[in-house]
Design a protein around this ligand. Structure first.
Ligand code: 5GP
Ligand code: ZN
Length: 113
């Protein structure tokens, strides 16, 4: 998609600090980390929210979810981590390409949820 920052990162047009990549997804460190470890897992197909996802894209999200424990382990998050998937305006979604936040590397106890 034109003008989508995550599509540009996937295409290599914008640099990112990659932690994992395969044919289905890219995982890279958030530019504005909200925890000691903050990584975004992005399926390699452009859609904004779960409501707009087609069947093929749902398969990509499934693959992301299956891979996240391995990515988390590689990041040293053996003690746990939080996943967040913002959906739309009230959730504060700012990049309209579905992505899963992995937050960890510290106790998350004082934050929401
Ligand atoms: P959202 O608020 O849409 O759930 O999350 C978007 C996230 O993308 C934010 O945490 C923001 O810091 C991150 N982000 C936005 N632009 C870039 C970028 O160019 N590079 C990286 N690595 N992260 C970005
Ligand atoms: Zn995109």
């Amino acid at each position: 998609m034109d003008n989508c920052i995550f599509c540009k990162i996937i295409a290599g047009e914008i640099p990112s600090n990659k932690v994992y990549e395969d044919e289905n997804m890219l995982a890279f460190r958030d530019i504005n980390p909200q925890a000691k470890v903050h990584v975004l897992v992005v399926p390699k197909s452009h859609f904004a929210t779960l409501a707009e996802m087609n069947g093929e894209q749902a398969e990509l999200v499934k693959k992301c979810m299956e891979k996240i424990p391995h990515i988390a382990k590689s990041l040293g998050l053996e003690k746990g981590y939080r996943l967040i998937v913002n959906q739309g305006e009230d959730a504060g979604q700012t990049v309209h390409h579905l992505h899963i936040h992995i937050l960890g590397g510290q106790s998350m106890g004082e934050k929401m949820l």
